[in-house]
Design a protein around this ligand. Structure first.
Ligand code: A3P
Ligand code: MG
Ligand code: MG
Length: 378
């Protein structure tokens, strides 16, 4: 049985807490003071292996191992090994929150604050929160987030939009290679063991992932989320995660001030949002030339990224990002009132429009797997 309808706007009893039917995203509406965001603290981790199988440990964690700085600088051929030494992950498999739920099932009994803490929390991927943070400035790609409440907890899971799916299936060969190059850069910069050196001769297998699981607060929302982490720096001043984590990125080599401006306005916003949420202190960028070689590296401390756009009228503002995210979480908390793992509220957004919501019972939007619901219900 499948039922979909637009959510009824409830009769406003109290204007302050009544659910609204949509949420605007204009940056001007969210420019208040920076909201409270707790320092993320790591609860645990898990790994996915070359076959995309879950392991409740750090076996996929790699170690930051940059090239020596005393010579001419790097010369990483990011196209090396493409496509013969490339094992891309099957993007048709929509895993939803499954790996994170598996971790949660194994650890929910040991969470600080007990089951009551989880009942008041929001559970999601860091990547979904990143999309929320950048929404007020996003002009290209919309998103859909499915939400279900179950035993008090609000679960948020991104749904691939039809447009995103069409784009993915029609991804041009050059873009496919560019994707590979991002992962290849990681291979040049990471070692399998602390103190050892990168080995770029092997395969690039994007099934492999190391994920950190963290808790934090945004305003009065408790968050439990997980994010993929590229590597940890064994020589970081603080070896405690997430402070020892490093995010790796590639970007086009830039030669004119206008290129840098654009980079600060668009790419750096995404890099900031992704790393700030998880508490990753540094992003190391490799700049690739038109031949696909990385010949220069630059470290961007996450907490200094805003400085590049602070005086730019067309720049971004961390307060706007965080206030919008908090407003969306309020909106979702007030909308998803029924506690039912088979009921999904689908939040949809397209650039230039407000966030809207529709309600769906059962397939195809439900995302809390039976194995999870049954194990938790017992
Ligand atoms: P770059 O962003 O360095 O080019 P992440 O940086 O989040 O660890 O992701 C690693 C790589 O995955 C990216 O490297 C990019 O190649 C690929 N990737 C991640 N998200 C992507 C997306 N939305 N579309 C295409 N490629 C993506
Ligand atoms: Mg990564
Ligand atoms: Mg990366």
């Amino acid at each position: 049985k499948r039922k979909s309808e637009n959510v009824e706007v409830a009769e406003p009893r109290n204007k302050l807490i009544s659910p609204a039917s949509s949420l605007p995203t204009d940056p001007t509406l969210y420019s208040g003071p920076f909201p409270f965001y707790g320092r993320p603290s790591e609860l645990g981790c898990f790994s996915l292996d070359a076959q995309r199988q879950y392991h409740g440990d750090a076996q996929a964690l790699r170690y930051y191992s940059p090239p020596p700085t005393n010579d001419q600088g790097p010369s990483f051929d990011l196209r090396d090994g493409y496509p013969d030494r490339y094992q891309p992950r099957d993007e048709e498999l929509q895993e939803g929150l499954d790996h994170l739920l598996r971790w949660l099932l194994d650890h929910r009994g040991k969470l600080e604050g007990g089951p009551g803490w989880l009942a008041g929390a929001i559970v999601t991927w860091r990547g979904h929160l990143t999309k929320l943070l950048t929404t007020p400035y996003e002009q290209q790609e919309g998103w859909q987030l499915a939400a279900s409440r179950f035993q008090g907890t609000l679960y948020l899971n991104e749904v691939e939009t039809p447009a995103a799916r069409a784009q993915r299936l029609a991804r041009p060969p050059l873009l496919r290679e560019l994707m590979y190059m991002g992962y290849k850069f990681e291979q040049y910069m990471c070692a399998d063991k602390p103190g050892s050196f990168p080995d770029p001769s092997g395969e690039v297998n994007t099934n492999v992932a190391y994920c950190s699981v963290l808790r934090s607060h945004l305003g009065n929302h408790r968050l439990l989320f997980s994010g993929e982490v590229d590597c940890m720096d064994p020589r970081a001043p603080c070896t405690q995660p997430p402070a020892c984590y490093v995010e790796l990125k590639t970007s086009k080599e830039m030669h004119r001030p206008g290129h840098w401006r654009n980079f600060y306005r668009h790419k750096l916003l995404k890099w900031w949002a992704q790393s700030f949420l998880l508490g990753v202190p540094n992003v190391v960028a490799g700049f690739r030339n038109p031949e696909g070689f990385v010949c220069s590296l630059k470290t961007f401390p996450t907490m200094e990224m805003f400085e590049y756009v602070r005086n730019d009228r067309d720049g971004w503002n961390p307060s706007v990002c965080m206030n919008f995210c908090a407003a969306f979480l309020n909106f979702a908390q007030n909308t998803v009132v029924q506690d039912d793992p088979r009921l999904v509220y689908l939040f949809s957004w397209e650039p230039g429009s407000p966030v809207t919501v529709s309600k769906h019972q059962d397939a195809p939007y439900t995302f809390l797997p039976t194995w999870y619901v049954e194990a938790v219900t017992q």
